[in-house]
Design a protein around this ligand. Structure first.
Ligand SMILES: CC(C)(COP(=O)(O)OP(=O)(O)OC[C@H]1O[C@@H](n2cnc3c(N)ncnc32)[C@H](O)[C@@H]1OP(=O)(O)O)[C@@H](O)C(=O)NCCC(=O)NCCS
Length: 179
């Protein structure tokens, strides 16, 4: 089901394959993905393409299941990032997020997550939210703490391989938020 909600400064809505027909959106998505891939924290998350054909291919899978929600500025509709949400267990929402580095540290990440929680607790029968992040990903850890997530456990995780094909491992903490 397609969803849309707003917060004070943001519009958050399901992605649609039609979004990729807009050159402005494609440019903003590319800018966002390049900022994500060139970040020092990229190694702690899955890989996304940054070339033009890869970005166009994302139109096929990113809107699937409505798991990825585009985060846009209410002021001028600029695409600044996404929040990922999925119900994997009954009443529990899995959360992921990324904001273009040019727009980070302005409160947009936590504002988008808070708006999602309001929406999900009210409309999706959700009772708690889980998220996982690398202990070394300071902005992500800070944001979860600021949102009042509780750290539940740690595990070894890997999303990428090094140039020799060996998994790049890191310690990931799993967090839970209950209203
Ligand atoms: C995690 C992320 C979404 C936070 O987005 P954001 O819009 O900057 O978040 P906010 O502005 O709401 O800030 C949340 C907290 O992070 C801190 N923070 C933001 N950027 C930071 C940085 N570069 N270094 C250190 N702390 C930072 C803020 O200071 C704030 O904490 P505070 O209020 O105690 O100061 C963003 O850093 C990001 O997209 N990172 C790359 C993708 C990623 O790592 N996703 C998680 C994968 S598991």
């Amino acid at each position: 089901m397609s969803i849309e909600f707003k917060s004070e400064r943001l519009n958050i809505r399901s992605m649609d394959s039609n979004d990729w027909k807009s050159q402005r959106f494609v440019n903003e998505l590319k800018d966002f993905l390049i900022s994500k891939e060139t970040s020092q924290y990229a190694v702690y998350d899955g890989w996304y393409p940054t070339d033009d054909s890869g970005i166009m291919r994302m139109a096929e899978w990113m809107p699937r299941d409505n798991d990825f929600l585009a985060v846009r500025l209410l002021s001028d509709d600029t695409f600044i990032g996404y929040i990922f949400h999925k119900i994997r267990e009954p009443k529990k929402l899995s959360l992921g997020y990324a904001i273009n580095s040019a727009y980070q540290n302005k409160g947009y990440g936590s504002e988008a997550c808070r708006a999602l929680f309001d929406y999900a607790f009210k409309n999706m029968g959700v009772e708690c939210v889980e998220a996982g992040t690398a202990n070394a990903n300071t902005p992500s850890v800070r944001m979860l703490e600021k949102l009042n997530f509780r750290k539940m456990s740690e595990r070894t995780q890997s999303h990428r391989k090094d140039e020799h094909g060996n998994p790049i491992e890191f310690i990931e903490s799993l967090y839970l938020y209950t209203r």
